[in-house]
Design a protein around this ligand. Structure first.
Ligand SMILES: [Zn+2]
Ligand SMILES: [Zn+2]
Length: 103
């Protein structure tokens, strides 16, 4: 989405292309450091007032995308774990045999 417009959270009159946002927000944060805005853990372009943190984390599109990805991964893992509840019998037999020999 390179044509998407970025609206600066420090000053809504700062509207620019997303491609310029990273550079801008670093400078603008310095200029508004007294606001003590919080930076989103999921997207460095999401700056918000501490009192807005809970609201932002609820609606952050990057957080929602990440949770979706974790759910997909977890779903796959649980399928694999289900298959592994029974250890491969051939390998187990081999290990038992090794112990018998060294005893
Ligand atoms: Zn700005
Ligand atoms: Zn965010």
């Amino acid at each position: 989405m390179p044509n998407q417009k970025f609206v600066c959270p420090y000053n809504p009159t700062h509207v620019m292309k997303v491609t310029r946002a990273h550079h801008h927000i670093v400078n603008c944060r310095r200029a508004h450091i007294h606001k003590e805005f919080v930076i989103c853990s999921y997207n460095a372009l999401h700056h918000f007032a501490p009192e807005d943190e809970a609201k932002h984390l609820e609606t952050c599109p990057d957080r929602i995308a990440l949770i979706d990805a974790i759910h997909v991964t977890y779903g796959m893992k649980s399928v694999i774990t289900g298959n592994l509840t029974m250890p491969p019998p051939a390998q187990r037999h081999f290990e038992d045999h090794e112990n018998w020999d060294s005893d």
